[in-house]
Design a protein around this ligand. Structure first.
Ligand code: BG6
Length: 286
């Protein structure tokens, strides 16, 4: 397998092992494709995504940092922080026996003045592509002299045949917060597998490390494992939200599901000077 440095639609690294595809953009250190040989794409990418500086890519694995959504108290912009729209430095590419590893770095000197996050930090994103899995590891180090707190998420978009038949196993009996409920701060309890019949936007308190997305329509299962993450976000915008997003096709919502490894709100990460935290996620078939 050989990889290429690409410039279209954004600069990044692309490999085509046989019939498959592995791809990551420097913009946002954004993993956008993992398709093992002979399989359908596992990561979903909208046909309406923007691919432009300063814009978030709709699909793949947006990297959410240093706040989730509008932040813990609300009102922060850009939504989901600045990491996904920053251009990261590509530090290393390694290829071994058909596996490809790409490592990126971002630090405070590269992101301009950030009044909502005025902290010295150094972040790394390492993605490992293989025939068996895509592994994403996001590390943050406090390079300053006082502690800081951040939220993060590996906001992974999974491709499914039909969301109406999909179930997510592994979150049974977990507490979650339903962002579509009248009171999004009211805790709810998951009963059995998660199924989808309307807009779904939930933050689970879940550090269990593994779940399974069962997709009968495509006769496959996607395993999502994680570490360093106290929350799992499950999101499908359904009809109205999909129609409201300019970079999301009105008819695309049945074909995707986000399963995010996150640390949000009460579970935000606090780092002492010199300390590092790593959030990881592994996506595989079967
Ligand atoms: C999810 C949030 O993580 O991201 C949703 O829980 C949000 O509330 C979604 O709508 C997409 O966010 P964005 O900023 O990429 O449109």
């Amino acid at each position: 397998m050989t990889y290429q440095i690409t410039t279209e639609p954004l600069p990044g690294v692309l490999a085509r092992p046989g019939t498959g595809c592995y791809g990551v953009f420097d913009h946002g250190a954004h993993v956008w494709a993992w398709q093992p040989d002979g399989a359908r794409p596992v990561l979903w990418l909208s046909e309406h995504s923007r691919f432009a500086e300063g814009q978030a890519v709709r699909g793949g694995v947006p990297l959410i940092f240093p706040w989730f959504g509008p932040g813990p108290q609300g009102g922060l912009k850009p939504a989901h922080g600045f990491a996904r729209t920053s251009v990261w430095s590509r530090e290393a590419i390694a290829e071994l026996n058909g596996d490809l590893t790409v490592r990126y770095r971002l630090d405070d000197s590269m992101v301009g003045e950030q009044p909502n996050f005025p902290h010295p930090f150094s972040a790394t994103l390492t993605v490992g592509f293989s025939a068996a899995a895509v592994d994403v590891a996001f590390g943050v180090t406090n390079t300053g002299t006082v502690p800081f707190t951040y939220e993060d998420a590996l906001h992974t978009y999974l491709a499914v045949g039909d969301i109406l038949g999909v179930s997510v196993e592994g979150l049974d009996a977990m507490t979650y917060y339903d962002k579509t409920a009248a009171d999004p701060a009211a805790p709810c309890l998951q009963d059995g597998p998660v199924t989808f019949a309307r807009e779904t936007d939930r933050i689970y308190v879940d550090d269990s490390g593994g779940l399974l997305v069962v997709d009968p329509s495509w006769s496959r299962q996607i395993r999502v494992e994680k570490s360093g993450s106290a929350n799992t976000v499950v999101w499908n915008p359904w009809t109205v939200k999909a129609a409201a997003m300019a970079d999301f096709g009105d008819e695309e919502w049945p074909t995707m599901l986000c399963v995010e490894a996150a640390n949000i709100g009460a579970n935000a990460v606090t780092l002492a000077p010199g300390e590092t935290h790593v959030t990881t996620q592994r996506v595989s078939l079967g």
